[in-house]
Design a protein around this ligand. Structure first.
Ligand code: ADP
Ligand code: ZN
Length: 215
């Protein structure tokens, strides 16, 4: 079974996905995390992805789609939560075809609604573990030892694309390329709006409640 969490950068997709991987059968699949791992390992894909990501632009569809295709081929039998994919109409069409090809099903698309002022505040205070991707923020969720991840003891850093310029561009790209997906999934009767301003465990409860009714 596949579910999608959808929303602006900073709407809390990654944090909710972390709760899902701790408390449910769903595995967290984040194209952003996959790219960041490739960047850290300085692979060819990583170097290419970095040139798009640091300015807040999208990685081209063909590259992103082939990563997801390989992932579904290997892990399609598991419960998967896709975070940050699809992000364009061509990606959504590709996913629909891949889902058919691998005999899978999208159960729901959960749109984490959140106003721009809050996402800007969240993103500029966000810090992440450079190794495992755990999410922190300087307002109310600092690691126990400053700058050191609680989970894996690696350095906690600010993402390059969490600079003010990149955040502004990411919100523009979201509006132009990603927001049209809301209608795409609404037309397919898969879209559920949830409150992205709430804490991630509250959002988790809301989504699992909706999923229980879908089954
Ligand atoms: P956020 O949702 O906060 O922007 P992500 O970790 O999901 O963070 O994505 C970070 C960056 O990785 C994006 O700004 C984009 O450059 C790239 N990326 C992630 N997912 C996709 C995707 N599905 N298509 C294209 N680029 C992507
Ligand atoms: Zn870590």
């Amino acid at each position: 079974m596949i579910i999608l969490v959808f929303g602006k950068p900073g709407s809390g997709k990654g944090s909710v996905a972390e709760v899902f991987s701790e408390r449910s059968s769903f595995k967290h699949v984040s194209t952003g995390n996959i790219f960041r791992k490739e960047i850290a390992e300085k692979t060819e894909l990583g170097l290419l992805a970095d040139s798009y990501i640091k300015g807040g632009n999208l990685v081209p569809d063909e590259i992103t789609n082939s990563i997801v295709e390989n992932y579904l081929k290997a892990n399609g039998k598991e419960d998967l939560l896709l975070d940050g994919y699809p992000r364009t109409i061509p990606q959504a069409i590709f996913l629909d075809e891949a889902v058919k090809r691998h005999n899978l099903k999208i159960m729901g698309v959960f749109d984490l609604e959140c106003e721009d002022s809050l996402v800007i505040e969240r993103l500029s205070s966000r810090r992440v573990c450079s190794e495992c991707g755990a999410i922190y923020n300087t307002r109310n969720h600092n690691p126990k030892i400053p700058g050191v991840c609680d989970e894996c003891h690696s350095p906690v850093i600010q993402r390059k694309d969490d600079s003010v310029e990149s955040i502004t561009n990411r919100l523009k790209v979201y509006e132009r390329d990603t927001e049209p997906l809301i209608n795409y999934y609404k037309e397919r009767k898969l879209l559920y709006k949830v409150d992205g301003r709430a804490d991630s465990d509250v959002v988790f409860e809301e989504i699992t409640g909706i999923l229980a009714k879908c089954n």
